[in-house]
Ligand binder design. Structure first.
Ligand code: PRP
Length: 212
């Protein structure tokens, strides 16, 4: 009998792509999987229990061992530095972290303000640039900050670029490319190695075949 595997999935925009990938890897997930509002979904036939978490929290569940596996954006992994192993670049939900702001404004203030959901990444980036900034942590709608006068710049995810354009902002520098990663709890990886390696093998095949 297969031991149960618990996988933490990110709710929101990564979710559908992650579900597609698992289906392509041969896992039979019920049709209502994507529309459901349930936060725990057990797929008995596959011996998998899915927990649906906020993307920022996936690595927390995995680090604490209540989920064996998780699918998390590289942005979150860089920001939080959780004690988890990164097993595979799933090459889904590709986007990048960038510095953006209003056009034609220089960051020549004494203590320019940078609004972001990623205070650690932003602080490290400006430190490397030798620029002293004040970081303002927000939880979303980051693009509001320069428009409303809360910050001189933002550090945020750019995917299609539409949010920047529609809010009259421009990109100043790219910081880092981001894709979703398969992460694992180190203890689970030792105990459930057969099941986890099987999952990694099946997903790797799809990732390579897709040529992503
Ligand atoms: C993300 C990100 C940007 C937007 C970029 O926000 O923070 O705001 O998507 O996408 P685009 O380049 O395709 O326009 P999200 O939708 O996750 O919501 P949030 O504002 O709550 O962070």
């Amino acid at each position: 009998m297969n031991e149960l595997l618990t996988i933490a999935m990110p709710k929101g925009r990564i979710f559908e792509e992650a579900v597609d990938l698992l289906r392509q890897a041969g896992y039979k997930l019920p049709p209502e999987f994507v529309e459901s509002r349930k936060l725990i979904i057990e797929v008995e036939a596959e011996g998998i229990r899915f927990i649906l978490a906020k993307p920022m929290d996936v690595a927390t569940y995995v680090e604490h061992g209540v989920a064996d596996i998780g699918i998390a954006g590289k942005d979150v992994l860089l920001e939080e530095e959780r004690d988890v192993y990164e097993l595979l670049d799933l090459r889904i939900s590709a986007c990048y972290l960038a510095v953006a702001g209003l056009p034609d404004t220089k960051m020549n203030l004494v203590a320019p303000k940078v609004a972001t959901k990623y205070p650690n990444i932003a602080a490290a980036y400006f430190r490397e640039q030798g620029e002293q900034v004040e970081i303002i942590k927000l939880n979303g709608s980051i693009e509001l900050a320069p428009i409303i006068g809360l910050a001189d710049r933002i550090v945020d995810i750019v995917s299609t670029g539409r949010t920047l354009v529609e809010n009259g902002l421009v990109e100043y520098e790219r910081i880092k490319s981001v894709t979703s990663r398969l992460i694992v709890n180190p203890v689970s990886y030792r105990i459930k190695d057969t099941r986890i390696n099987e999952l990694v093998k099946r997903l790797s095949r799809v990732v390579v075949l897709e040529g992503k």
